[in-house]
Design a protein around this ligand. Sequence first.
Ligand SMILES: [Zn+2]
Length: 459
Amino acid sequence: MAHTRRGFLATAAAGGALALGARRTNAQAGGEVVLAGAHVVTMDPGLGDLATGDVHIRDGAIAAVAASIAAPGVPRRDMRGRVVMPGFVDTHWHMWNTIARGLPSSRLGPFAKTMGALAKVWTPQASALSVRLALAEAVNSGITTAQNWAHNTATPDFAEAELAAQRASGVRGRFAYGYPQALSPDTTIDVAALKRFAERHGGAGGLVLLGMCARGPDRSADDVWRGEWRAARELKLPITAHVASNRASAAEGAIAVMHRDGLLGPDVQIVHATHARPEDFALMKEAGSPLSISPWTELEVGYGLPAIPAMAASGVEMGLSVDNMVLAGRADMFDVMRLTADLAAGMAEKQSALPDRRVLEWATIGGARGLGLGDAVGSLKPGKRADVIAVRADGLTTSPAGTVDFLLTHAAQPADVDFVMIDGVVHKEGGRLTRVDVEALVAEAAATIARLTEQAGVR
Ligand SMILES: [Zn+2]
């Protein structure tokens, strides 16, 4: 059924109802539920939007999506007044420093100096706590898949602690094993340790897969990053690197070199590329390398305006990200989408240069494809895993909201995320996190960062 503005408004107007008869039903391991009566945004080109529709979930997977699903005996969760859609996918997030939120500079200097000092006193426990805080925020704002870009892997213990926290969270994603913050650009990471880690954890499958985050051509010596690429590819680990983030690094032309030497591909995600040229995006598109941008932090750290119109025109696989809470403040994919769409319009000097629906694709199915998860998540389609969120369409800022695309990219906020399910397991319902003690988590985070800033001489 095609989406209509009238249909959307009618659905929203019918809302406000409580989740009548809804039980605390997880749809994993034999669990089953029908999310009923929502405005369904599937992000699947064949299924489109349903002005009023049901989503049937069974055994952690999507069993059916249709205007009306009769499933006798299956609990129904009333989703009237809500938009039901795939969870957001965050493609690049340095979770380890989440408890350092709001410390992008200090008496020691700007971002690199302050975080460098903190990294020296950091512990695996602090990283794991940060991951827990990050993923609680992720769920709260409707992010159901996230790539953890662990670039403070000072020792393998840090990686163990972060991966364990990520897996315990029940949030889908990738753990990208990294490097110590203080590692010299001339020094290769401990490849043997990476190999042991991959052998120990790579086969486990589950919701969190493995990858490698690297300094890449802009931040390490030529033989160093090429060697790290070889190691990752031998271990079949996808790679991610920040490239062409600022003007100086873009001028070095690394993307063309990577393309020439076969070092791009679907397994190599490029992050930022803020100042890459249209030719670079064309090479990435040709090689199949996905791109992750984080427009808020790209502004905040002073990289500049991301070349969104050129990125969009190139057809490169786009994903969005929050990057880090040190600079960004909050993990708000709605806000990231709004900025992405509106930067594109401003830079192109053309209203709606980047349609809201296109940005919504980047935040869901595009990000999923870029992480190699396009067959599993990113859209609501029978057979895919049940990573589903519901966004209230009857709130102060979301009703009226014109179109559902505008609602999701410009009006809604994390507080409007009413329900979150990952792999069939409920993580948020009635606007409250169901698996996290927020009060205790926040208190632990505050106490830990107070101690670490003291030790690092940041305060
Ligand atoms: Zn980054």
